[in-house]
Write a protein that binds this ligand. Structure first.
Ligand code: MG
Length: 390
């Protein structure tokens, strides 16, 4: 199957209130059009891409529309959407079995949705992505400020059309032939295909595949993606701790006491896990380590449980605007076996870190009898923490 994609990007997008065409506006540092085109470049089922652009943009295209891995043609758009699609259709390869049309203003469609829609069109002639209506739908013939309801439509029979919309080549050809009529002005290609007498199948659309039309839509879209600057605010840190194991000390990890003949030596509960995780968290925020913030020379911290110090370390990074994304740790001890205690350990850590249980991972490991750790003279822990700006 040979698939051509048409991206309708010729609109001026005046409802957005921006100076430039809305498809060139950035979302999270990437122009909306680039996001849309990139998805079609990645989509394995698409063989070529034709983009209808405002004429001035088509003549001086942005760099991300050049040097692509796939044939990519730029055509000037027309006055109406259907004119732009007709211009693009004229460039579609003769080899095309299916043509899929998509709005540049829907930058969050997935490759899976494109593929589903194309497959359905190949089978049935025409298929569009659509979502079932979730609100109750009222019909009104009224105009003005407070029109009145004529009737309530059965919601289960209402679907809201999205793009992609895919057609066998000859179906779209028939649809575009109708669209030449100056009296016909439609907002999607499926309407034309229906009028040309073709059956149009509904494919399950995607809730996140929103069309960005107003300044409000743009604000919401920007809220869903990390900008480059925000991505730079994802921070990683590493921590390490070791304590000698001696007789007559309790063996404590994250406030869980594990029965064993020895325990780690230290002023406090000498909890290697909490100490290593706290250092990883503080390190990710570049604000030193637990020795600096909670010196055991200070009476306040002498003997403080490791889990308390960890919770205090979290307070310190939160004051600087960070929250924990996840942590991962390896506890190295020849004995005792830790597996049975891991659920309680992880749940205590998650509480102190203020994260969900899935964001915490702790693994137990032996040292294969090698060295001090292998002889059971010490216990050690390596930890890594990821933080982000809240
Ligand atoms: Mg320690």
């Amino acid at each position: 199957m040979f698939v051509s994609a048409i991206i309708a990007a010729a609109g001026r997008g005046t409802r957005l209130g921006a100076d430039e065409p809305k498809q060139l506006v950035e979302i999270g540092g990437v122009p909306m059009l680039q996001r849309t085109v990139d998805t079609f470049v990645r989509a394995a089922c698409v063989n070529e891409i034709i983009i209808a652009l405002p004429p001035d943009v088509a003549h001086a295209p942005p760099s991300y529309l050049r040097h692509r891995r796939k044939p990519l043609h730029l055509v000037p758009g027309g006055v109406r959407r259907q004119d732009s699609v007709a211009n693009a259709f004229a460039r579609v390869s003769m080899a095309a079995d299916v043509v899929v049309v998509h709005d540049a203003a829907r930058p969050f469609a997935t490759e899976a949705l494109i593929s589903r829609t194309v497959e359905a069109a190949y089978e049935s002639g025409a298929a569009i992505a659509a979502l079932p209506a979730s609100d109750t739908v009222k019909q009104s013939s009224g105009v003005g400020e407070d029109p009145t309801v004529d009737r309530t439509l059965p919601r289960e029979r209402i679907f809201l059309a999205q793009t992609p919309q895919a057609f066998r080549r000859e179906v779209l050809r028939d649809a575009i032939a109708l669209a030449r009529d100056p009296a016909i002005d439609v907002t999607d290609e499926a309407t034309l295909a229906e009028r040309a007498g073709h059956t149009v199948r509904l494919v399950a659309g995607e809730p996140q595949n929103v069309k960005i039309t107003t300044a409000n839509d743009l604000r919401a879209a920007r809220g869903t993606v990390f900008s480059e600057a925000e991505r730079a605010l994802v921070r990683i840190g590493t921590g390490y701790d070791l304590h000698r194991l001696v007789e007559g000390r309790p063996f404590i990890l994250a406030d869980v006491t594990i029965p064993f003949e020895k325990g780690p030596l230290g002023h406090s509960d000498a909890d290697v896990l909490c100490h290593a995780v706290a250092d990883a968290v503080l390190g990710a925020a570049s604000i030193g380590d637990i020795g600096h913030h909670f010196p055991d020379s200070d009476e306040r911290w002498r003997g403080a449980p490791g889990l308390d110090l960890l919770a205090r370390a979290i307070d310190l990074v939160r004051c600087r605007g960070f929250i924990v994304v996840n942590i991962d740790a390896v506890v190295i001890a020849e004995r005792p076996k830790l597996a049975a205690h891991m659920p309680a350990i992880c749940s205590n850590l998650a509480r102190a870190l203020n994260v969900a249980a899935e964001a915490v991972s702790v693994k137990g490991k032996t040292n294969e009898g090698v060295g001090e750790l292998g002889r059971g003279e010490a216990i050690a822990c390596h930890a890594i923490a990821l933080l982000t700006k809240k």
